[in-house]
Write a protein that binds this ligand. Structure first.
Ligand code: PHE
Length: 337
């Protein structure tokens, strides 16, 4: 039996063949199992002799199978190495890489610019309390200015912030009326608007706040002028027009100069040669006071701008929805190499 098995093992040319031999000789229905199973019927003298013999034969066959298996596996590997060569000179498959969103790039650019003027960058929550979003900004419950910013309420006291201005109150509150504040805060804001080419229920803002002793309107103008020239180009002029916000007094809107043009794609720069960029003003004394700053000692300016609008102007994007609908054909145009 042993000789026969060893012969067959030697002749096996594949791992599958070898497995067949193993099952035939060592399997549950093989002759050796049968012998071992029949041991009970043998006499006590015969048992150890037959047992030893059967184990020896089994061992020899198992060893031979292991050896043959190793040889066959090596042969199979060598065969594969010979046939499966890799042509390293073939061009690779391009990997899809993403990049920062146009708005992210723009916000970071604006951050860098203000960091250069000594501002720190801060963040605030998008789910905001009624207090910080309105009350602390001098917009009481029945104030008509609440209509200007139709809100998504979550509960009576919680809403999606309608602007980044609550971060003004939060930062001043944190600084406890004891030191100057010079910060900008970028982030997402939400309003109950119907989406169209120029409105989105979610968009971005960048808030700016500078509170210190003797901060004046001319400081606001200087900082904004610096921003406009650095960001849009040295040939740009700015102008401030009177406006109204409950949390600034006086309030302004800022325009930058633009080339007058007509026809398609020119809608952003109207015949006047000016285009509105942001709102701002001198922080209202009540807002300072509520946040713990003595308006007799401290004064400040604040402004808020919309990166969406700025991106539309700078890159001639004609529909704000492009920023939020994730069409890669749009987004990829702005990926930097
Ligand atoms: N929060 C105002 C808005 O969303 C903008 C603003 C910010 C105005 C700071 C004045 C000062 O319209």
């Amino acid at each position: 039996l042993q000789t026969e098995a060893l012969e067959q093992i030697e002749q096996a040319t594949s791992l599958a063949d070898l497995e067949k031999v193993r099952v035939a000789y060592l399997g549950k229905k093989g002759p050796i199992t049968e012998v071992l199973r029949g041991m009970g019927k043998l006499s006590p003298e015969e048992r150890p002799v037959i047992g030893e013999l059967a184990n020896k034969v089994r061992g020899a066959i198992a060893d031979a199978i292991e050896k043959e298996k190793a040889t066959l596996e090596e042969a199979a590997l060598n065969e594969r190495l010979k046939t499966e060569t890799i042509d390293v000179t073939l061009p690779g498959r391009p990997i899809q890489v993403g990049g920062p969103h146009l708005l992210t790039q723009l916000i970071e650019e604006i951050e860098d610019l203000f960091i250069g003027m000594g501002f720190e960058v801060r963040e605030g929550p998008e789910v905001e309390t009624d207090y910080y979003n309105f009350e602390a900004l001098n917009i009481p419950k029945d104030h008509p200015a609440r209509d200007m910013q139709d809100s998504f309420y979550i509960t009576e006291e919680l809403l999606m912030r309608t602007h980044t201005s609550p971060v003004q109150a939060r930062t001043m509150g944190e600084y406890k009326g004891s030191k100057p504040v010079k910060m900008i805060c970028p982030g997402k804001v939400y309003r109950r608007d119907s989406d169209d080419a120029t409105h989105s229920h979610q968009f971005t803002q960048i808030e700016g706040l500078y509170v210190d002793k003797n901060v004046r309107m001319s400081d606001l103008k200087g900082v904004l002028n610096q921003f406009a020239k650095q960001f849009f180009g040295p040939e740009r002029e700015i102008r401030l027009r009177p406006s109204f916000f409950p949390f600034t007094e006086p309030s302004v809107e800022m325009d930058i100069s633009c080339k007058v043009c007509q026809g398609e794609g020119c809608s952003v720069c109207k015949q006047t040669g000016w285009i509105e960029i942001l709102g701002g003003g001198m922080v209202h004394p009540k807002v300072l006071e509520m946040a713990g700053y003595d308006p007799e000692v401290y004064s400040g300016f604040a402004f808020g701008m919309g990166p969406d609008r700025i991106a539309m102007l700078k890159y001639g994007v004609d529909d704000i929805r492009h920023f939020y609908t994730n069409d890669r054909r749009f987004l990829e145009q702005y990926h930097q190499a």
